[in-house]
Design a protein around this ligand. Structure first.
Ligand SMILES: Nc1ncnc2c1ncn2[C@@H]1O[C@H](COP(=O)(O)OP(=O)(O)OP(=O)(O)O)[C@@H](O)[C@H]1O
Length: 661
């Protein structure tokens, strides 16, 4: 063929190809990001934010403000500004008066306020034991295979900042017979902790601590079992572990559970009314675990830690909720930043930093800030395969209608949740209102927020743990440390201010490994409120705004929500458009089924024949079985749902039962 003709042919083909590609891209675009306007708006905001980024360098002065801001924003202002009462000061305040002055933080008080709010739920040893007895199904473990994790570890190493690089060792841990737990390890695990096996990451971490005294930075999904990683080494080695924990409630909870399990543990700080006696007992080597707050390390605790080094065998220092170290994390706490003093005081003791939510940037920051030396990096993966994600706009007709349509069932003449449920609201008053309204419709709920009496909060929490109440309507005061294994729904009525915060909150769902739903209802007003609070609270607006934008994008995205979250945490994505993943994947599957149906009808139908009614109804049946309704009737159904929510829910129940079978 003539060369010119070939070239012409080629260029024509290219043109066609380009057109086809453009078509695909446009279609994809429509599929994945239908709310283009909203996204564009977000992007332009992000560009603006990017410009502000330079202003967001962690400088100590700002960090102080930041700490204030965080706490006010997330805990008190959100919940309390609305009810205009800022009186909930914590009676159990771990901050020494001089420390408070030093920081001069309203935020410090706020942190502790939250502590107390949540804390006094503690002392539920029994329920904790029930939880400890729950053995999640190994097949459902929220973990990635070891080789994938190793790959991730290598990837991280590649991604670390220049500062971080010098600390990072390319460590590959595989559990083989030689390095695996011995009978003695298994005996201690079973005898003291009641578990029959280590989860893969747990053993890697524990092994590196007890055999190599290596520093660790571990990111484990919520409910994976971080506590065991720092509780096992001191028990096995008959030494002492110092655990730094952000909340007094968490410390009290763990100390009580450990004591019940026959592992001596204590906590120090102002919450301990008998600290002199406790200190005496510590030096009698009575305790395997000593819990302290970061404020204690920064203040009066240093001489004690030095003395412990001289007199006792300290085998580990664990920094729990280590993301609080990082300015880039969602819960930055200034005193965490000062924990680098530990490496100076105890250079030979391995440090284990653990958290459930940390991006690459945060991980780097943790490693650098705590001065970890060649730490072993481990990550269980952020994916929680048993969680289903869905997002809806608030309808504003009646909050109960939103819940009735999407998260409740009509059973035995009343509305009920499908399993234990936590509903998060932004304001205390809202928590009370919603609880009241739901109860009026026959549901069995209780409110929980910082404004309630401590005893009442404690009894509310106990009622939930014991399944005497099916749903807690709470502010985020009901958060960290809630380890009820069978929470089936975590509902947000009002969005969180960051992906990290949201993922931590939904982490309360499905800790037993069984399916659970994470549903978020949002409105523009939620963002307005968050933005307003960012503004009035000062501090680093750029960072806050960026976190809010990420959350906003999560809510409006048309792509797989699970993948959106995983990408946010630099985790490997999972195949999209799978069932039981998220509402967007369901929609995408439905669309594909519909298209398949249409194409099949075209292929099997002679040109002069109309598609057969029988054929069409059979595919619709499949569609209906899977997605409750056909796309065509979706709109009609929507109207009907609004008018007759009760009937619609009955129908859904039948279909869900069918699918389960
Ligand atoms: N090896 C194991 N085998 C069986 N169950 C385990 C094991 N390790 C931990 N668990 C259980 O997993 C549950 C969660 O553990 P833990 O409270 O340590 O989680 P976590 O990672 O700290 O979660 P979060 O960050 O959400 O608080 C607990 O009920 C615990 O008893």
């Amino acid at each position: 063929m003539d060369k010119e003709i070939v070239n012409e042919f080629k260029s024509e083909w290219k043109e066609e190809d380009r057109e086809a590609v453009t078509q695909v891209l446009i279609t994809d675009n429509i599929d994945n990001t239908l709310d283009i306007n909203a996204l564009e708006e977000l992007n332009s905001k992000e560009i603006k934010d990017e410009n502000e980024k330079n202003d967001t360098k962690p400088d100590q002065k700002n960090e102080h403000c930041e700490s204030d801001t965080d706490d006010i924003l997330d805990i008190n202002v959100l919940q309390e500004l609305n009810s205009k009462e800022i009186e909930n000061k914590n009676p159990i305040n771990d901050t020494k008066p001089d420390e408070t002055n030093e920081n001069s933080l309203p935020g410090t008080d706020d942190i502790l306020d939250v502590n107390a709010l949540e804390e006094l739920n503690s002392k539920e040893i029994k329920s904790k034991n029930v939880i400890n007895d729950t053995k999640p199904d190994r097949t459902n473990e929220h973990s990635l295979p070891e080789n994938v994790v190793n790959e991730m570890m290598l990837e991280w190493n590649g991604e670390t900042s220049t500062d971080g690089e010098k600390f990072v060792q390319k460590t590959q841990h595989t559990i083989d017979d030689e390095n695996g737990p011995t009978d003695d390890h298994m005996r201690v695990l079973n005898e003291y902790f009641g578990h029959t096996d280590f989860r893969p990451m747990q053993w890697s971490i524990i092994s590196s601590i007890i055999h190599e005294k290596q520093d660790n930075c571990s990111i484990m999904a919520t409910g994976y079992g971080k506590s065991l990683c720092y509780q096992f080494p001191p028990v096995y080695l008959n030494g002492v572990a110092i655990v730094i924990s952000p909340l007094i409630s968490l410390m009290q909870d763990q100390v009580l559970a450990l004591t019940e399990a026959g592992i001596p543990a204590c906590y120090l700080g102002s919450a301990n009314k008998n600290s002199a006696e406790t200190e005496r007992q510590i030096f009698e080597n009575r305790y395997r675990l000593v819990y302290i707050t970061p404020e204690f390390v920064d203040g009066s605790g240093q001489p004690l830690i030095r003395k412990m080094r001289e007199k006792l065998k300290i085998v580990l220092v664990a920094v729990d909720e280590a993301h609080c170290v990082s300015f880039w994390g969602h819960d930055f706490r200034f005193t965490y930043r000062k924990l680098q003093v530990i490496k100076e005081m105890l250079p030979e003791v391995p440090i284990l930093a653990v958290t459930a939510t940390a991006t690459t940037k945060v991980r780097d920051d943790i490693i650098n800030s705590l001065k970890l030396i060649t730490p072993l990096l481990t990550c269980s993966g952020f994916n929680r395969p048993n969680l289903y994600f869905a997002v809806f706009k608030k309808s504003f007709m009646n909050v109960c209608d939103d819940f009735n349509t999407h998260v409740m069932e009509y059973k035995d003449n009343k509305w009920t949740f499908l399993g234990p449920t936590i509903i998060y609201c932004l304001k205390k008053k809202e928590a009370e209102d919603i609880s009241y309204k739901l109860n009026k419709r026959g549901a069995n709920t209780l409110p929980y927020h910082a404004g309630l009496d401590l005893d009442l909060r404690k009894s509310t929490h106990m009622s939930f743990l014991k399944n005497r109440v099916e749903c807690i309507v709470a502010t985020i005061a009901y958060g960290m440390g809630i380890d009820k294994p069978d929470v089936r729904n975590v509902v947000h009525y009002g969005t969180s201010s960051s992906i990290e915060g949201y993922y931590q909150e939904v982490g309360r769902a499905g800790r037993d490994g069984r399916p659970a739903r994470c549903v978020c209802f949002y409105s523009q007003e939620d963002f307005d409120l968050h933005r307003y609070l960012v503004k009035v609270s000062g501090g680093n607006e750029g960072k806050k705004e960026k976190q809010l934008l990420c959350q906003e994008k999560y809510l409006i995205t048309r792509e797989c929500r699970r993948n959106y979250i995983l990408r946010h945490f630099n985790d490997d994505e999972v195949p999209a458009n799978q069932p039981n993943c998220c509402d967007n994947c369901d929609k995408m599957i439905a669309r594909k089924l519909n298209d398949l149906n249409f194409t099949q009808n075209l292929n099997h139908t002679k040109p002069n024949e109309l598609p057969k009614r029988t054929k069409r109804s059979s595919t619709e049946e499949i569609y209906e079985e899977t997605f409750e309704t056909s796309r065509r009737s979706r709109f009609n159904n929507h109207i009907l749902n609004m008018m007759f929510p009760e009937q619609r829910r009955r129908r859904k129940l039948v279909i869900e039962v069918k699918i389960d079978v």
